[in-house]
Design a protein around this ligand. Sequence first.
Ligand code: VGL
Ligand code: ZN
Length: 199
Amino acid sequence: MATSALVITDVQNDFCGAGALAVPDAEAILPVVNELVRKFEQVIFTQDWHPPGHVSFASSHPGRRVFDRITLPTGEQILWPDHCVAGTPGAALHPGLHVPPHATVLRKGVHESIDSYSAFFENDGTTAVGLDALLREAGVREVVLAGLATDFCVLGTALDARRLGYEVTVVEAGCRGIDVDGSLAAAWSRMAAKGIRRA
Ligand code: VGL
Ligand code: ZN
């Protein structure tokens, strides 16, 4: 049984190309990600999957704009354009992504009143999304991460993985960031400070 797993974060239409929350140069990761996918026995793809009217959408907060920061009971929330609405084409995994039959797809951000960047915990830091249970049952100790966006969902998953005691490596060539107000550089420093490897 393999003790390492590959976690590919949110490579979805809305984060690519002309998507609702397009990450610059997102498609450049596809060949890198697909090559990684072929090397791992355990592969998990996460999918950002929001109900209409989700708390993270600027459109749910009259008078607020995209990229505004608001305070929710669960902490600070950056407001995003409507994206990855459950069941829409924008929420689908990118068609150029190689998704092998044995892969697991894990959806997150599915509750209207709380966002979830990490695939381990929702943004309250305590409500489980499901990745830890999945990895534990499979005996995984090391996670390798890539996907979108480096400074939000890859970051959140990487930090939680470390907090839970996994060895963590983020493959830089397989990631791209959104970079809101320097968030990309800040993300790499936070990860380095926690002993997360940057490959
Ligand atoms: C993400 C912002 C909002 C991500 C998801 O996948 O990094 N970022 N929802
Ligand atoms: Zn989202």
